[in-house]
Design a protein around this ligand. Structure first.
Ligand code: ARG
Length: 466
C-alpha cells in the first residue's frame, strides 16, 4: 500500500457515502474492495471530467457561477496537491472519485456537496477511463510512429542489401534487408489503424447515464462532451455504465501489437546469434552473464517477447471479467483499470526501446549476402524454364534434380556450368547461368509488393516518413 495512506479507526465517520450504515466496514473488506491504490492514476482525468460537469451544472442553473468557480479552483488545487505528492489518501474513500470529492468538500464546503448532482461513480468512472485512454492511445500512436520511422530509415539505406528470406526458418529466396524491415513497418501501420479505431470508439461521452437510468434533472450532456472535446454522447444509459468494449478494443490492439513486437524481438535475437551473425548487439542494450565472461545477452528483447504473455493475459482477463456480467454496472468492472495500466506499462516502453534499439543495431551486410545465394536461387532457375514455355511442375522437378546433383557434388548452384544445366534440360540457354546471383534474383522481383530495389523504393516513397 502506498506510503501516503492514513489509517483511521473512525472509518464510518470519514466516508461521505455511508449515511445508511450504523457501522464501519471491516478493514480487510476495505482493503480488498478499494481501487484507490491503483485508480489514483486517473486523478487528472477525474478532475477534468468533474470540472466540465460543474460547468454544465452552472449552465443549467443547478450551481451558481460562484459555486462552479469555487469547485473549479478547489479541484485544480487538489490536482496540484496530488501531482506534488502532498495529498493524503485514505483507503476509507474506496476510490479516486470519493477521495477527490471528500477533499473538495473539506476545502470549499457546501458548493463541494453539490458536485455529484446528477452523477454516479458509475458514469464518472466510465468517463474518467475514456478520457485517460484517449490520451494514452494518442501516446501509443506517437510511439508506434517513432518505431516505424526508425525502421523506415534503416530501410532507406538498405534497399540493395541482399539477405536470405526464410520459410520454415530454412533459407528460401533472396530478399533485401529493406524489404524485411518494411514487413514490420506494414504490421505497425495496421496496428496504428487499430489503435486509431479504438480511439474513435473511446472518445464518446458517457456522463449523464447516472447509476444506470440517467437522471430526472435537465442536464446538458452535449455541452459536457464539447467541453471535453469528445465527439459524441453515448446513446443508452445502461450501456454507458456497463460497456467496456472500448477497453477491449484497446487491449486487443495492444495484444496484437505485443505479438508483433515479440516476433520482431525474436528475429533480432536470431540475427545476433553466432550462428546467424547478421547483426551485433549494441552494448547499450545488452546484458552480461554472472558466470560466463564471454556472454552478451539480448535480455531486453527476450523480455519484450516474454512480456507479450502479460498483454495477451490482460486482454483475456478483461474478456473473462465481462463475459458473465448482467446489465448494468457491477463492481467486477473495477478490474478493468489494472489491465489497462499493465498493458500500457508494457507496450509503451517496449515501443520506445525498440525504436532506439533498431537505430543502434549494426548489420553485417557481407554475412547476410553470403547467406543469400546458393540454393536460394533454385526457384529462379525454375521460373527461367517457365518463361520459356515449360509447365511449372516440370520445371520444379528438373531443378529439384539439379539441386540434388549439385549438393551431391558439393557445389553451389552458381558453380554449375551451362553444360551441367543442359544435361537436365535443353531449354537452358547460355544466359541461364547469368541469372544465378542473389542481386539479379532480387532485381527481377519487381512485382508489386516484391523485394526488387525499384519496387521497395516506390513503397518507401508511399510510406513517406513513416
Ligand atoms: N471504483 C469503482 C470502479 O473502479 C468506481 C465505480 C464504483 N461504483 C460503485 N457503485 N461501487 O469501477
Amino acid at each position: 500500500m502506498p506510503r501516503k495512506f492514513v489509517k483511521t479507526k473512525a472509518r464510518a465517520a470519514r466516508s461521505i457515502i455511508r449515511g445508511r450504515f450504523a457501522k464501519g466496514r471491516l478493514p480487510e473488506v476495505e482493503a480488498f474492495t478499494a481501487s484507490l491504490p491503483f485508480d489514483r492514476r486517473l486523478y487528472r482525468h477525474d478532475i477534468q471530467g468533474s470540472t466540465a460537469h460543474a460547468k454544465m451544472l452552472a449552465k443549467i442553473g443547478l450551481l451558481t457561477r460562484r459555486e462552479a468557480d469555487a469547485i473549479a479552483r478547489g479541484l485544480a488545487r487538489i490536482g496540484d496537491d496530488i501531482g506534488a505528492g502532498r495529498f493524503e489518501f485514505d483507503i476509507a474513500d474506496e476510490d479516486i472519485h470519493l477521495a477527490i470529492e471528500r477533499r473538495l468538500i473539506a476545502l470549499i464546503g457546501d458548493a463541494g456537496r453539490k458536485l455529484h448532482t446528477a452523477r454516479s461513480r458509475n458514469d464518472q468512472v466510465a468517463l474518467d477511463l475514456r478520457l485517460y485512454l484517449r490520451d494514452e492511445i494518442g501516446a501509443v500512436i506517437e510511439l508506434l510512429s517513432a518505431l516505424r520511422r526508425s525502421l523506415v530509415s534503416i530501410a532507406r539505406r538498405r534497399v540493395e542489401t541482399v539477405m536470405p528470406g526464410y520459410t520454415h526458418l530454412q533459407r528460401a529466396q533472396p530478399v533485401s534487408l529493406a524489404h524485411h524491415v518494411l514487413a514490420y513497418v506494414e504490421m505497425l501501420g495496421r496496428d496504428r489503424e487499430r489503435f486509431a479505431q479504438a480511439l474513435a470508439r473511446t472518445a464518446v461521452m458517457p456522463l449523464g447515464a447516472g447509476a444506470l437510468a440517467a437522471t430526472t434533472l435537465a442536464i446538458d450532456r452535449k455541452f459536457v462532451a464539447r467541453e471535453l472535446g469528445l465527439r459524441a454522447v453515448t446513446a443508452n444509459s445502461m450501456d454507458s455504465v456497463s460497456d467496456r468494449d472500448f477497453v477491449l478494443d484497446f487491449l486487443s490492439a495492444a495484444a496484437i501489437l505485443a505479438v508483433h513486437l515479440s516476433r520482431m524481438s525474436e528475429e533480432i535475437i536470431l540475427w545476433t546469434t553466432s550462428e546467424f551473425a547478421f547483426a551485433a548487439l549494441p552494448d547499450e542494450f545488452s546484458t552480461g552473464s554472472s558466470m560466463m565472461p564471454q556472454k552478451k545477452n539480448p535480455d531486453l528483447l527476450e523480455l519484450i517477447r516474454g512480456k507479450t504473455g502479460r498483454v495477451i493475459g490482460d486482454l483475456v482477463a478483461m474478456l473473462t471479467t465481462l463475459k458473465g456480467l448482467p446489465l448494468a454496472y457491477n463492481s467486477d468492472l473495477q478490474e478493468d483499470k489494472e489491465r489497462v495500466f499493465d498493458a500500457l506499462d508494457t507496450i509503451k516502453p517496449a515501443l520506445d526501446l525498440l525504436a532506439k534499439f533498431w537505430r543502434m543495431l549494426n548489420f553485417d551486410e557481407k554475412r547476410m549476402k553470403g547467406a543469400a545465394g546458393g540454393y536460394a536461387l533454385a526457384t529462379d532457375l525454375a521460373e527461367y524454364l517457365v518463361a520459356r514455355g515449360m509447365p511449372f511442375r516440370e520445371a520444379h522437378e528438373i531443378v529439384g534434380a539439379l539441386v540434388r546433383e549439385a549438393i551431391d557434388a558439393g557445389k553451389s548452384l552458381e558453380q554449375l556450368t551451362t553444360e551441367d544445366l543442359r544435361r537436365h534440360s535443353k531449354s537452358f540457354g547460355a544466359d541461364a547461368i547469368e541469372i544465378l546471383t542473389a542481386e539479379k534474383s532480387l532485381a527481377r522481383r519487381t512485382v508489386e509488393g516484391g523485394p526488387a530495389p525499384a519496387t521497395v523504393r516506390r513503397r518507401l516513397r508511399e510510406i513517406g516518413r513513416g
